[in-house]
Design a protein around this ligand. Structure first.
Ligand SMILES: [Zn+2]
Length: 424
């Protein structure tokens, strides 16, 4: 299988951040040529903007089913009256349809890789495998019974899950202790030990709200980051979602260890968490900083173009400084930064890299005139500009049509799931 992207404007995201005019050739799962290509291919796409697919580093995929179900409520009330009662009713079929809907929304918006954490993770991983989504599938570990299993079953089930998926070329199994307020020290240690044994990532929520920071401090005498560190869960493979309430010292700790911060500006603003992930300080400390949407229940989309824009704007506004976070820095967070942290050969358009590539139509009213392409991608583009998406060399979205799912059938099943879960 070969794909030729001809006469393209290529945003390479290579080390010199080149934007060039030319062709990209994809053979099987690999980008084999960037430049002038003379041979033919099975599929030819002409005259597009070509760039690496966006990487959404923190989300809860099946929560697409809870999109718009209980907005404009205080966080505690939202969880207690809306989210938790519905999550109790979740069955495997709901997870399957919610994840498929999430996949469709993500690829139509130019996202090629998602770091998930939820319940029924084996089902989520299976859906990603079937539809062709690159996924870091985070098996949630928490000190409560989940809709899927009893709490004491979680650690052994997670181990089985890692063994099953550890050699897959699209799904990477991840250990996901939910947070320091919902996991005891013992649970954290067991989760961290397992991640170490299998040399995989740890994905957790960290310092999302001020309430959380003081709750953990009161209970354990440590702030959430120190609590993770104390119990072996802060490593160079740890993915820390949010970090809206971290100190300058904690910024240095994160950078020193080589863990990764995932900034979720839209979710943070919608849930009114108040804290500002300290991007300028994290950049100065050379920490690994990436972007996520969080789940669709608190965003309410999985739109990474929107997330890039918010990520730039929130800090400019907060610091009274329009230059504090640039469009290029934000685009890097959504592509090369995530790829570099994960050690995955994606995130840029270079020979030898895996073909996770998206195409946009630049002949669109919101993208003209072409003064500055990177500025357009962060401040002006949206998912509506995306025409084609290739993941691991496979075309999953072609001429704005889903290749691997039956769109109408999914919409029908989504409505059915909504009725089952909310009775509405
Ligand atoms: Zn989250």
């Amino acid at each position: 299988m070969s794909i030729l992207l001809k006469d393209a404007t290529i945003v390479r995201q290579n080390s010199t951040r080149d934007i060039v005019h030319g062709d990209v050739y994809i053979e099987d799962d690999i980008i084999t040529e960037v430049g002038t290509v003379h041979h033919e291919a099975d599929i030819v796409i002409k005259d597009r903007l070509v760039m690496p697919g966006l990487m959404n580093m923190h989300t809860h995929l099946p929560m697409t089913l809870l999109r718009g179900y209980g907005d404009d409520l205080p966080l505690e009330e939202w969880l207690r009256t809306r989210i938790w009662p519905v999550e109790k009713k979740l069955k495997e079929r709901h997870i399957r349809i919610g994840t498929t809907l999430a996949f469709m929304e993500m690829v139509a918006g130019g996202t090629t890789c998602a770091a998930d954490m939820y319940f029924f993770e084996d089902v989520i991983a299976g859906v990603c495998r079937d539809v062709g989504m690159r996924c870091l599938a985070g098996f949630s570990i928490i000190d409560f019974d989940t809709p899927e299993m009893k709490r004491e079953e979680l650690i052994p089930a997670c181990e089985k899950f890692i063994r099953k998926w550890q050699n897959d070329d699209l799904v990477i199994p991840v250990v996901a202790p939910h947070s320091t307020y919902s996991c005891s020290p013992e649970t954290l240690e067991r989760a961290a030990g397992m991640a170490k044994r299998y040399n995989t990532y740890i994905h957790t929520h960290c310092s999302e709200t001020r309430h959380e920071v003081y709750d953990v401090l009161n209970r354990y005498g440590e702030r959430p980051l120190a609590q993770l560190k104390k119990h072996g869960a802060l490593t160079e493979k740890t993915m820390l979602a949010h970090c809206g309430w971290i100190t300058k010292e904690e910024v240095r700790d994160i950078a020193g260890v080589g863990a990764c911060v995932i900034h979720n500006p839209v979710s943070n603003m919608k849930l009114a968490t108040g804290g500002y992930t300290p991007l300028p300080e994290l950049f100065d400390a050379h920490a690994s900083v990436t972007l996520g949407t969080d789940g669709a229940a608190s965003n309410n989309t999985l739109d990474m173009f929107e997330t890039m824009k918010f990520a730039a704007l929130i800090h400019k506004h907060h610091r009274w400084d329009a230059s504090i976070v640039t469009a290029q820095q934000v685009l890097d967070m959504a592509t090369v930064n995530a790829a570099r942290f994960l050690g995955l050969p994606v995130g840029s358009i270079e020979e030898g890299k895996k073909a996770d590539v998206i195409c946009l139509d630049l002949h669109a009213p919101n993208l003209l005139p072409k003064h500055n392409i990177v500025s357009h991608l962060v401040y002006a583009a949206s998912g509506y500009n995306v025409t084609d998406v290739i993941i691991n060399g496979k075309m999953v979205y072609h001429n704005r049509t889903f290749v691997t799912v039956d769109e109408d059938q999914v919409y029908e099943e989504v409505e059915k799931a909504k009725e089952e879960l909310t009775g509405m």
